[in-house]
Design a protein around this ligand. Sequence first.
Ligand code: N01
Length: 541
Amino acid sequence: MNAPSPTLTTPAVHDAIVIGAGFSGLYQAHRLRDSLHLDCLVLEAGDGVGGTWYWNRYPGARCDTESNAYMYYFSKEIINAWEWSERYPQQAEIQRYLNFVTDQLGLRPNIQCNTRVQSARYDESAQRWTVTTDTGEQRQCTYLITAIGCLSSANVPDIAGRDTFGGDWYHTGQWPHEGVDFTGKRVAVIGTGSTGIQAIPVIAQQAAQVTVFQRTANYSIPARNAPLTNDEKQYAKAHADEFRHVMTHNTNGHAFWIDDVNVFDVTDAERQAKYQAAWDRGGLQFRATFKDLLTSEASNDTAAGFIKARILDVVTDPQKAADLTDFDHPFAAKRPPIDSQYFETYNLPHVHLVNLRKDPIQQITADGIQTESALHACDIIVFATGFDAMTGAFNKIEFTGRDGRQLKDTWHAGPKTYLGLQIPGFPNLFTITGPGSPSVLTNLPPQIEQHVDWITDCIAHMRQHKVRTIEATEEAADTWGAEVNRAANATLLAGVKHSWYLGANVPGKPRMFMPYAGGLKRYRDACDAVAADNYRGFEMR
Ligand code: N01
């Protein structure tokens, strides 16, 4: 998409600026422009809309959420006008969807692409933000809203010798738009998170050789993707209200309930049957088989044991099978991937596995990856090494709040927010799916709709009551931080010390459990209660 060029008729001062044109930014722009009639500009670094789905074009990129839950639910018209083709949507289809929504809502005149925000500074006397972009352009606004994504800042590990590599290397989150031809190539893939697990089987179909470098053995459930039948498509449209109700009233934003039964409430045979049925159905719903999978280690062990046995059924090479199931954390305590033929891929003769726990990487050389025991020669390295999650995208923009305070300094010990929506010292800055909100622990579109609706209602309230600024208090942010900790510690998630939920994947990043693990429903109730109590914990001036 071509950016509308900033012309003299474009005002330099806006009511609102939204940073990012993914799921969050598009819906936020629609609400501010069409519900509140504000002058709203979206600044987007990419050449088109899509956010995560604009950048993540790696082979096999597909959403792990089922398509009928990975969409907006605010408009019946859009629900009825769009049709998904598969159980899980591919990257290209999601991008088509977001372009379709952009056109349906007529948002293009409000979006300026190819514009990366470099800094944002709050001017207390004018009560405005000044945003500076990489084109040197400056714009001002009363409300500044980040829609910059939780997983948008690529984490490329600084492995010794990386820049001496003689072949090509790519990070999955910054994939070339023209694609990469793996034909006849020896490919090294570093990383076995959700992304690596999606990409490895697809790369193996084309490459001459694939060597996977696994640091942490990962659980994965078969996705069992398939084209949607006409009946399934019609059912989803006819039951849209039910889908939406489930997605907004459960803990994780998906269109299924978590079973109300605990693991040891049933017999061994019943438990096995439930796991088998969930395995055969496929998908993230496996996590919902029992109520206490994420709170009881003993219960979790039963799921982990079931998954391990299924992987051992598939992988024929005993060493690969042992390495792939050498788990060091409970099932789903890190984000569980789902896959299409991931474990089956290791039965192909040209697919190799290096267990980095036993044989760590020493350096990258001109010819490939040198581990302690061998040089693994390759032509292409794929870094499926994840993201500087939740705070990485904030750190790429220089935010200066009240009294000249820098966001980087404010967050030096870890992110501090109130409800994941605002930061003390940064008036009128709203953070969609910011740290401290459920964000990455949920299916994101319903969480985004909730955040955008809350922010829109808040701004409407401010305008109605002639309030110029809103700012979270330090006390409210501290209290919320304690609640984020409490919620994490009530689950098995906080115990996984090498998880990116805690920032452990990025050297030097402060360790703090960043997303809110208390569930979407409880979180929404908390946000609604704050608003109903005259925006308790915020100062309005
Ligand atoms: O990233 P990850 P991802 N040397 O951080 C390894 C979302 N997503 O891109 O586990 C060697 O999970 C790292 O090892 P370890 C989803 O929320 C969504 O896969 O840290 N290895 C791990 O194996 C997901 O959770 C969809 O020990 C290194 C891997 O790289 C999130 O994105 C699809 C290393 C990184 O795994 C991130 O997933 C795909 C190093 N120096 C992804 N550094 C949807 O469907 C890291 N690793 C919506």
